[in-house]
Write a protein that binds this ligand. Structure first.
Ligand code: SIN
Length: 334
């Protein structure tokens, strides 16, 4: 026995064989070992009380874990032939989490929502709009957009298509250019709500270094002229530094008296609760576009072209990388 112990020794003194990786070396070491013959100090023994307090190198990795005691009744533990729940001990290993504690997982349909289209519905496969995929653009959003566009010198802007992107705190929007609209002389309006984001505005080519800017709740960005076709992206949504809460601009109540021809109408308290609670941990961005120039129609497309586009084109909504710009930024609060 003493001879074997001398042969195996400790991992530190064991020579590495040619081409052997760390895993294989340890495998070989323990395959040759025998209690009392080799250095087993490094083997973690969870059953021993010293596991959490031991001095060996492995013991440094052991951490006490919290169990969901309320999920198992004493009765069910008993039925399963287990020790009383109160006696259970759980340990974990540093660097080896047994559950992804920080990873957010969608639970409800609202949490899974990534995008919504209105007006001419953008086709994510073909990257095109078409006459036959249309629902009337919401009149209140159209009115709002047309006022903003007019203030920026685009009195004849028509809100024809909208894309709402829903961002969770871990969502990103890949680098893209919004070029699917047929008239690029009209601005693209971008409204942001909820949590702030970092917005990157690049150049016409991807190799131009972008300018990073915050996009806060209530900001409206206009991409027009040269900026209409610039590369842009959203690499980060930032959680509220003061903890979960609504941005102040969303806390402001509606005026007590609305004009008779008001385009806005109060929503029910119940609906607002759903929106408010969603926006405490999410960002919604709405881009409004004019698709066609005055008197322009969609071109008739050969069937072949349609087929090719669907199989070869990509996507562009949160978390995806692809194609589409902006310039002046207005914050209605300032
Ligand atoms: C944003 O979320 O601020 C940008 C949305 C877009 O480019 O479509």
């Amino acid at each position: 026995m003493r001879k074997m112990a001398a042969a195996v020794g400790s991992v530190a003194t064991l020579a590495t064989e040619p081409g052997e990786d760390a895993f294989r070396k340890l495998f070989r070491f323990y395959r040759q070992s025998w209690p009392g013959t080799a250095d087993l100090e490094g083997v973690i023994d969870f059953s021993a009380a010293h596991a959490a307090r031991g001095t060996g190198p492995g013991a440094q990795k052991v951490i006490k874990s919290q169990l969901n005691m309320s999920s198992v009744s004493e009765h069910n533990a008993y039925r399963a032939g287990l020790q009383p729940v109160s006696k259970w001990q759980a340990y974990g290993l540093k660097g080896y989490p047994y559950k992804e504690v920080t990873k957010w997982r969608p639970r409800s349909l609202l949490e899974k929502l990534r995008w919504v289209t209105v007006g001419y519905h953008y086709n994510w496969d073909s990257k095109k709009y078409s006459a036959d995929h249309y629902t009337p653009f919401p009149s209140d959003l159209a009115f709002l957009s047309e006022q903003v566009a007019a203030a920026c010198g685009f009195e004849d802007f028509r809100a024809e298509a909208g894309i709402l992107n829903y961002y969770r705190l871990d969502s990103t929007l890949g680098i893209h250019v919004d070029r699917s609209e047929l008239d690029h002389s009209k601005p693209l309006l971008s409204f942001s709500f909820g949590q702030s984001a970092i917005f990157l505005l690049g150049g016409l080519q991807r190799d131009e270094a972008p300018t990073a800017m915050f996009m806060h709740s209530g900001d409206i960005m206009i991409m027009s002229g040269f900026s209409r076709l610039l590369n842009h992206a959203v690499p980060r949504v930032l959680p509220n530094p003061e903890g979960e809460g609504l941005p102040h601009c969303l806390e402001a109540p509606l005026p007590a008296v609305l004009p008779r021809d008001s385009m806005i109408e109060p929503c029910s308290m119940e609906d607002w609760q759903v929106c408010a609670s969603y926006l405490k941990t999410a960002r919604v961005n709405m881009t409004v576009r004019q698709v066609l120039a005055t008197d322009q129609n969609f071109p008739l497309e050969p069937i072949e072209d349609k087929k090719r586009d669907i199989s070869t084109e990509g996507f562009c909504h949160p978390d995806d990388q692809n194609s589409e710009v902006k310039r002046a930024r207005i914050n209605p609060d300032s």
